[in-house]
Design a protein around this ligand. Sequence first.
Ligand code: 6PG
Length: 253
Amino acid sequence: MSTSVIPGQLVAALDETQVAQEAATRIAKAIREAVAQRGIATLALSGGNTPRPAYERLSREPNVPWNKVSVFWIDERAVPPTSPRSNYKLAKESLLDAAPVPPENVYRMIGEAVDLDQAAREYEVLLRKLLVGTTVFPREFPSFDVAVMGIGDDGHTASLFPGEASVDVRDRLVLSVPEAAEKGREARLSVTAPVIENVETVLVLAVGAKKKEPLQRIWSVAGSTKDTPARVLRDVRGTVYWIVEKAAGGFDG
Ligand code: 6PG
């Protein structure tokens, strides 16, 4: 097996519950620190199955100034916000309503848009408006204080999938990603690699034996983002916490 180097801090968790709690604790801490520094925090959420328990626990974390937190998405499926496939619906049910996050602080990706590329461009304009050049976001490149990321069994993250050109795009912040009907995958909206690379604190959650192989591909020194787009997580300039359950290799790191 090629040499592995974990680009960040490995947080080994015994089970899914511990992954959720370790994530919730660290997200809450990063939010408090961002608000203490700048009076506001930006949180970007992934979807899928893994993050739900973490979002539920996060909604119960003490002393989180939710009225100062703006919530964005890392990616969204091309479905209405009421669809069980919607990453917005997942977050609304598990975190936003319970925290609660003021609705005016919630910036949903418009997955149901007829013109998905136009929706991607509009979300990019929103990110540039809210995250760049303002007093509270003195960063030269738009990104988030905190982002929750997952790993697909195929080695994707966000909606940057193997074999797609999306992972190589560096002149856009947000992209529409075509459907892959043969894989039963609807079209998506996704932030691009540069946005992920510029996040201050990234929490990567991995639960289940199916994550072990993609994680090894990500952590391997040798590899390509074309085959394993989640390798973009190796280039995050901020702090990356790999919160990995035992079956996913958390203790084999
Ligand atoms: C999505 C997610 C995606 C997810 C991985 C892992 O919209 O599906 O943003 O990137 O993080 O597919 O999904 P699971 O947590 O369901 O394994």
